[in-house]
Design a protein around this ligand. Structure first.
Ligand SMILES: [Zn+2]
Length: 430
């Protein structure tokens, strides 16, 4: 896939999607945010909110795991007025507006997490899965935003992307990016909004450039020679070797990575043996590597293999590391970020400095194909500490979050329309 690049610096490619935009275009896009389209859309979304909040409760009560989101997708498509919308694996694509020509897309995720919910609400899930990442809020908000565009009309058609498997591998964004179904929509910009408890309610975090890390999963198999725990001298203990491997890997971040570059290496599971009096044959470690710099990603992957192998060898064991490549860096387009800031303010939000973290999101795949923008909508309460965060079974964004996310989506949509229109005008297209 192409390396993500800023809309402000792209040249025109033969697919016609990308263009060079100067400061004048960004300024024009900001000015257009002061138009009347956004207020009308926000008002229409407000009218759709009671139904959207009810839909959020319904989706929340019966979540589906990645790869099984058929019912959720059908329900949201029906709420958007198109129960027969075309499928892409277990996802759906819905287009609001003219059938042909350029469009702006908004992504919402369909899947829940395999966590037993721990919230007190009457509409809590009881099926062992839970919307502990707020995807139910995103889906409900997208219905309010989509219905608003359907009712009021917008500068460009809106494509609602109901995406499967955000939480599992292979991630669902890869089903859509480059698919004939999405390519047929002539998408010129992709917008995403995620609720975030580290941002206060009423605020939206948005900024240009990388905001989430690239992600790789690591599996390290340490092999030794097992035996009786009372006779370690005739074994080669892989537990001792694996313990040293875990410690040795930590120096790759603290001593082999430029301290100005963010990177994280975490070992999350250790699987070894089945009896207290037996030295096992092998230990399997799994973990994750998160990086922002492509060079760090490559060099750290290589260093994990060599460090694990050399450390295990010191204990007359072996270690083999394998990697499952995950998302690339999530790289926000600078022109979209600038234009969205103006629209978010117009929509009544306080725009705060961009939240950047070593978390990852498969929205990053869209950034490799389209100018894209991920925003984080605040659901945190001021002064609140220790509240359940994303992926915690007690995480429950308030119902007001549905309206907040819908308004942020519409602000992003209008901003993207203005940036796309300005780019086309600069290129002399009509
Ligand atoms: Zn999520």
């Amino acid at each position: 896939m192409a390396t993500p690049a800023a809309l402000t610096t792209w040249g025109i490619t033969n697919n016609g999607y990308r263009c060079r935009l100067g400061q004048a275009v960004v300024t024009a896009a900001r000015r257009s945010a002061a138009g009347t389209v956004l207020p009308a859309l926000l008002q229409a979304a407000d009218q759709a909110l009671p139904a959207a909040v009810a839909l959020r409760r319904e989706l929340h009560a019966s979540p589906e795991l990645g790869g099984h989101e058929t019912r959720t997708a059908a329900r949201v498509a029906a709420a958007l007025g198109e129960p027969g919308a075309p499928s892409v694996t277990t996802g759906r694509l819905l287009r609001m507006g003219a059938a042909g020509g350029p469009s702006v897309a908004i992504r919402a995720e369909l899947d829940a997490l395999p966590l037993a919910e721990q919230t007190p609400v009457a509409w809590a899930s009881r099926n062992g899965a839970s919307h502990s990442c707020g995807h139910d809020v995103h889906l409900a908000a997208l219905t309010a935003a989509g219905l608003a565009v359907r009712r009021v009309g917008g500068p460009l058609p809106l494509v609602a992307v109901l995406q499967p498997r955000e939480e599992s591998q292979p991630s669902g964004a890869q089903d859509l990016v480059g698919s004939p179904q999405l390519e047929a929509q002539d998408v010129r910009a992709m917008i995403g909004v995620h609720v975030h408890p580290h941002v206060a309610r009423g605020q939206v975090s948005v900024g240009p450039g990388p905001v989430n890390a690239a992600y790789d999963e690591i599996t390290i198999t340490v092999r030794g020679h097992g035996g009786h725990a009372a006779y370690p001298h005739v074994t080669r203990d892989p537990v001792i070797a694996a313990a040293h491997v875990i410690l040795a890997l930590q120096h790759l971040i603290s001593r082999r990575t430029d301290p100005m570059h963010s990177a994280v290496l975490t070992i999350g599971t250790v699987q070894a043996g089945a009896a207290a009096n037996v030295i096992p044959e092998q230990v399997v470690l799994t973990g994750s590597l998160r990086t922002f710099e492509p060079a760090d990603r490559a060099s750290l992957r290589s260093a994990v293999g060599t460090t694990a192998g050399a450390t295990a060898e010191a204990y007359e064991c072996t270690a083999q590391a394998t990697f499952t490549q995950g998302e690339p860096v999530l790289d926000n387009d600078p022109a979209l970020a600038a234009a969205a800031t103006a629209c978010l303010i117009q929509a009544g939000f306080r725009v705060v400095e961009s939240l950047r973290s070593c978390g990852s999101d498969d929205f990053a795949y869209y950034c490799t194909r389209y100018p894209s923008l991920m925003m984080f909508a605040g659901v945190g309460q001021p002064g609140e500490t220790g509240a359940p965060g994303l992926h915690h079974p007690a995480f429950l964004p308030p119902e007001d979050a549905v309206g907040d996310v819908a308004r942020a989506m519409l602000a992003g949509y209008v901003a993207a329309c203005s940036v796309v229109a300005a780019g086309r005008a600069e290129r002399g297209q009509r």
